[in-house]
Design a protein around this ligand. Structure first.
Ligand SMILES: CC(C)(COP(=O)(O)OP(=O)(O)OC[C@H]1O[C@@H](n2cnc3c(N)ncnc32)[C@H](O)[C@@H]1OP(=O)(O)O)[C@@H](O)C(=O)NCCC(=O)NCCS
Length: 163
């Protein structure tokens, strides 16, 4: 599997981000962000965007949005278009975020995810473990509520070298 081309992004790539966002998240769970939310967070200096484009293609098929606070980084959003999944793009984005966070001095990478999201398989394989739970954090369109679980991965340790 050829790894995707990973590149930093900015507000200039908002159309590409929203194209991925609108296809990637199931509206049933209320996890997707709208354009204003993405533009707002990208205006902050400690937030960064990474785009992943399959080798030989023109449009990005995945993105990650992350934020650094002192010695911790948070993976705010990770999304890959459905037709481009299970080809390593999500994992490549997680590793790119971990590398960037480490370079910015973070000791730990955190994220919050809806309990039951199959993305847990990816995060577990990438070295994340559960450290907390927020009850009823996500509210879907049908008013169903879902817990969030908090995961963390220490940086500086390559999960491929552990256990
Ligand atoms: C989660 C998501 C980003 C994964 O993207 P992806 O490009 O398919 O992930 P990868 O191909 O890199 O998968 C990496 C590993 O995780 C596993 N995995 C990924 N998605 C999975 C799923 N839905 N169910 C089971 N395993 C999954 C893969 O099998 C793979 O394992 P392997 O290396 O042993 O083969 C994508 O499914 C997505 O956009 N989901 C909707 C948005 C979302 O929920 N984001 C996460 C919360 S912010």
């Amino acid at each position: 599997m050829t790894p995707p081309v990973i590149a930093p992004g900015s507000t200039a790539e908002i159309e590409a981000v929203m194209r991925i966002m609108d296809s990637a998240f199931d509206p049933a769970f209320g996890e997707a962000w709208n354009r204003g939310q993405v533009l707002g967070i990208l205006s902050l200096s400690d937030v960064w965007l990474i785009l992943a484009t399959p080798e030989g293609e023109l449009l990005p098929e995945g993105f990650a949005l992350a934020r650094q606070t002192i010695d911790e980084a948070e993976l705010l959003l990770l999304a890959v278009r459905p037709e481009a999944r299970m080809r390593g793009i999500g994992r490549a984005l997680v590793e790119a975020v971990a590398d960037e966070a480490r370079g910015r001095g973070a000791l730990r990478l955190m994220l919050e995810m809806r309990d039951g999201n199959p993305a847990l398989a990816l995060y577990s394989a990438a070295g994340f473990g559960q450290i907390g739970r927020r009850r009823d954090y996500y509210r879907g369109r049908d008013r169903s509520v879902h817990d969030a679980i908090t995961l963390a991965r220490p940086l500086g340790i390559d999960p491929n070298l552990v256990g």
